[in-house]
Write a protein that binds this ligand. Structure first.
Ligand SMILES: *[C@@H]1O[C@H](CO)[C@@H](O)[C@H](O)[C@H]1NC(C)=O
Ligand SMILES: *[C@@H]1O[C@H](CO)[C@@H](O)[C@H](O)[C@H]1NC(C)=O
Length: 306
């Protein structure tokens, strides 16, 4: 009888293995999803960006292409901590909590060294503005050598990112990868840049270009995070009414630039700039709206979301 029991369990195990394999194959053989697809030709509902199949873990994202191989970005994150570059990070001791999340995202060249207690140690991914690429290249050995497990996602306008030899930022990145072949650098495609503009227009009713503004790195970061992370924890981001509230905390615009202009002063300046500003406050109001339908939580300062 013993051998029958054993045989049964062997059959059961094989069956489980075959079924799992089938599930894996089905998942992988799905057409690589492309963000433009689920949007165009559909009404713009609050669920459009984060479809029912939840996040796109492990599915290559065609909106972000590696340098120089042009492979789509693959990333798997359960909980993403998005660490803002704001001076709000200072003195909150959020570092240990941030370090416990599966993925830690930062922006531009925001440093960790010397700020670990407030911002954490690890960096899974950096979303980098084309204008900040020269800042990374001031310390290439650190960013692309030592931190070679970090994924860099760079956004920028086509004029700087074009691959025909005329894109100055693309050329810089190309050279960096030649020198540091293990560096993991991805570019936001032109289609994806247009998509991010379109989202701004849909959400605010304003044309980004006509209103003379630039999207912030935070905007590109949150749009990417909503595709790649099951749960998003945002640290150090103020809400859209913060700067109008009584006795708000005055902090430097960037935690690593002590003595720089106060955050709210910088925000107000940008919000009203007729040309070339970021609409940080408008963007925050949109983020609050997204947080109602997606798993996004805000810490230090907390946002009360109804
Ligand atoms: C990659 O990073 C690790 C950890 O910092 C370092 O030990 C290793 O030398 C780096 N590899 C290269 C090729 O730079
Ligand atoms: C926005 O921030 C201010 C200041 O921290 C706070 O008083 C207000 O309740 C916040 N609003 C929301 C919706 O979280």
């Amino acid at each position: 009888m013993a051998w029958i029991g054993k045989k049964k369990s062997v059959i059961a195990t094989s069956l489980i293995a075959v079924v799992s394999l089938f599930v894996v194959v089905v998942n992988y053989s799905e057409k690589p999803y492309f963000l433009l697809e689920p949007v165009f030709g559909q009404t713009f509902s609050s669920h459009w960006m984060f479809s029912r199949q939840t996040h796109k873990a492990f599915k290559p994202h065609l909106g972000y292409i590696s340098v120089p191989k042009q492979e789509p970005l693959k990333l798997h994150c359960e909980v993403c901590s998005l660490v803002s570059s704001s001076g709000q990070m200072l003195g909150q001791a959020a570092g240990p909590e941030i370090d416990r999340s599966s993925c830690i995202w930062r922006m531009n060249n925001a440093p960790t060294r010397g700020f670990e207690h407030d911002v954490g140690h690890r960096t899974t991914l950096r979303v980098v503005s084309h204008t900040s690429v020269p800042l990374l290249l001031q310390r290439p050995q650190y960013f692309f050598g030592q931190a070679n497990d970090t994924v860099y996602v760079v956004w920028g306008p086509l004029r700087n990112m074009r691959k025909d030899g005329k894109g100055i930022v693309y050329n810089m990145l190309r050279q960096a990868v030649e020198k540091y072949p293990q560096a993991r650098i991805y570019l936001t495609t032109e289609e994806r840049m247009n998509y991010c503009d379109m989202v701004f227009k849909k959400e605010t009713g304003k044309d980004r270009i006509q209103s003379g503004s630039y999207l912030s790195t935070g905007w590109f970061t949150l749009i990417l995070a909503m595709d790649m992370c099951k749960e998003i924890h945002i640290y150090g981001m103020i809400n859209d009414t913060y700067c109008k509230s009584e006795g708000y905390r005055k902090v430097p615009y960037h935690y690593y630039e002590a003595g720089s202009r106060d955050e709210c002063a910088e925000y107000l300046l940008h919000e009203s700039a007729p040309y070339g500003g970021h609409r940080f406050i408008t963007e925050k109001a949109v983020f609050a709206k997204w947080a109602k339908t997606h798993s996004i939580k805000f810490y230090n300062p907390p946002w009360k979301l109804s």
